[in-house]
Design a protein around this ligand. Sequence first.
Ligand code: NAP
Length: 305
Amino acid sequence: MADDLIIIGGGPAGLTAGMYAGRARLRVKLLEKAIPGGQINSTSMVENYPGVEPISGAELSARMEKQAVDFGLEIVQATATLVSRHSDGFAINTDSGDEYRSRALIVTAGSAPVKLGIPGEEELTGRGVSYCAVCDGPFNRAREVAVVGGGDSAVEEAVYLARFAVKVHIIHRRDRLRAAKDIQEKAFREPKVQIHWKCVPLAVLGKQGVEALRIRNVKDGSEYDLPVYGVFFYVGLKPVIPQGLSDLVQTDAGGFIITDENMACSTPGLFAAGDVRSKRLRQIVTAVGDGAVAAYSAQHYLESS
Ligand code: NAP
């Protein structure tokens, strides 16, 4: 029998949608490809979730998962490989070969790190090149590392990396950081952090592992090699869109799903929430808000259709 609701993605938006759907006593399943939590699992410390003292991303997501499951959410470990519409709702095929059917669908598949595509980046991924300081930071004890980007992720994780590394070089293409001011202040206070303003990375150098990062100063055109053991890229996020879904939704120029304020997509019964959605502010607090609204909207759709 088809479920009332399937949720694709187990980050904060999906877990919150699952919790609200469970409380509404819907028959609901959440499909998650890895460990529930999504991007926050690779966030060292969450300091801006209201009412919660600074907490590791992994701990916060574990708490969200438990709360949702306690309210009746069933979590299935599977990757959605194909989404399609059928007469009574939606069909979701997964990598395990199973097909799940539901009358309503919430997509909370989140986002993935953008790759710059410079020489050496792909070849040395896992051998010094990383997109996750929490995962790979401890391998850089007493070494120098580089962080590429000037947003919240880059600057926050650069400060975290200073726990292990002897020096953290932030490579940023402009002369001002994009990160929130309080995050910037932490970086400016950390003596191990050095910011290379108006610089872009050209190539990651090394054979067995990272040996250096080649950099160009865009102001004067000079180039130099920075001897580092690790390079962490934080140059933005791109949406994760399961195959088949793009036929059922509208997207913005960046590929993020466009919804109305009720999280409804252009196909009836289909909703999107969290980082995968087109919006200005991508935070845990906005993801959980989206998730709650999406579940509420799905409940109303199910009751009225
Ligand atoms: P982001 O805000 O999009 O920042 C990406 C950074 O990479 C920017 O500084 C950008 O430079 C730089 N960049 C982009 N393309 C580049 C290129 N081709 N070459 C060199 N540099 C490039 O991404 P993010 O930091 O991962 O954050 C994603 C979202 O999550 C944001 O909404 C952020 O607020 C949120 N977030 C929040 C927190 C928190 O609240 N604690 C923590 C992490 C992330 P420019 O500045 O010049 O554009």
